[in-house]
Design a protein around this ligand. Structure first.
Ligand SMILES: Cc1cc2nc3c(=O)[nH]c(=O)nc-3n(C[C@H](O)[C@H](O)[C@H](O)COP(=O)(O)OP(=O)(O)OC[C@H]3O[C@@H](n4cnc5c(N)ncnc54)[C@H](O)[C@@H]3O)c2cc1C
Length: 317
């Protein structure tokens, strides 16, 4: 079922989760172990992130180095299929431009369609680890909107090979990302919002936001979107804080602010267990306020912390 259908049929605020594929070498059971405790909340869907390959230099026996491509967290598509099969709930793979040519993307979309996957979250992806800024593949997409347009084309039966006539039409429901605190490469919020609007005009059906720790940022973002004519659902993305280290890692990695009240409370904690309690309470209060404001879904970035999410969600469903 499409994310938009879940939303249309909802009687109240829904719950969804995002997970990462496990590091290479682990089994699918690590995903089930992670998700099992969260299933009691009947999530409408589970998002699975996509991680591009990295280049590393590996020392050879003769002491020279060879450049090798490795993907530390492969398996997004397989995990989505496994989740749908195992739990009978919808899975939403993230699809990225980075590291893919447009032809590989077309094949990936066909695989997803054959697997019965109805949804994709369409993203540009982050820069590769060894690059200072995002570089598309020579025959790849530069922006999420380009990948979105390719997906829309496939939904209309338009393939890269123009001699394919009457090709089947996929039927993907397409989500895109939005940034309440603006995307870090954008000169300002207004410009960033214009590009979000362009993605909506190109066919995006819902937006999932970057994490935020101050609900006002989400409310302002929604208002700004509505003011420029974006009418599609805007799903808040929520993440728990569970260690002091995250006070610097989260702003650096995701370019979001941590409110002073929250950082002060965390700085006073003696142990990470104390931080977890503070982070859990903060996320709970955020969730309650968002639910009262009537958000369509509370979307949790679980990131290896199902216990915290469990403790939050059980208080609000
Ligand atoms: C909910 C969510 C899930 C995510 N999941 C993943 C994941 O699974 N894997 C992963 O690698 N990353 C993921 N990311 C991170 C994301 O890939 C990065 O934030 C990336 O830097 C931007 O992706 P985007 O889709 O927002 O890009 P875009 O929409 O392409 O925007 C990228 C930047 O370009 C600007 N821009 C857009 N269009 C144009 C244009 N036509 N001309 C000039 N500038 C333009 C935008 O303002 C923005 O600054 C996720 C982010 C979010 C919010």
């Amino acid at each position: 079922m499409k994310v938009t259908e879940h939303l249309q049929q909802a009687k109240g605020t829904l719950i969804s989760f995002e997970i990462l594929p496990p590091l290479k070498g682990k089994t699918i059971n690590s995903i089930y172990d992670h998700l099992d405790p969260l299933m009691e909340f009947k999530p409408s869907f589970i998002n699975v992130t996509y991680h591009r390959a990295e280049h590393i230099f590996k020392k050879k026996a003769d002491s020279s180095f060879e450049k090798v491509e490795i993907r530390k967290r492969p398996g997004t598509v397989g995990i989505c299929a496994a989740i749908m099969n195992h739990y009978k709930i919808d899975a939403v793979p993230h699809l990225i431009c980075g590291g893919f040519t447009i032809r590989e993307t077309e094949d990936a979309l066909i695989d997803l369609y054959f697997l019965g996957i109805d949804n994709v979250l369409v993203l540009r992806g982050d820069a590769a680890k060894n690059e200072t800024s995002f570089e598309p593949e020579p025959e790849g997409h530069r922006y999420a909107i380009d990948l979105l347009k390719q997906t829309v084309n496939l939904n209309n039966g338009i393939y890269l090979e123009d001699d394919i006539r009457n090709g089947f039409r996929t039927n993907f429901c397409m989500g895109v990302a939005g940034y309440p605190e603006k995307h870090f490469e954008s000169p300002n919020l207004a410009t960033d919002l214009r590009y979000v609007k362009a993605k909506v005009d190109a066919g995006a059906e819902y937006i999932v936001t970057q994490m935020f720790f101050d609900n006002q940022k989400y409310f302002d973002f929604v208002k700004n979107c509505r003011d420029i004519g974006i009418t599609i659902p805007i799903i808040p993305g929520l993440k728990p804080i569970s260690s002091k280290k995250q006070l610097s890692v989260i702003p650096r990695t995701f370019n979001v602010d941590i409110p002073t009240d929250l950082s002060n409370e965390i700085l006073q904690c003696k142990t990470d267990e104390d931080v977890e309690l503070v982070g859990t309470e903060w996320l709970k209060q955020q969730s309650i306020e968002l639910k009262e404001a009537g958000v369509p879904i509370l979307h949790y970035y679980t990131l290896g912390k199902p216990r915290i999410i469990q403790n939050v969600v059980k208080e609000i469903v």
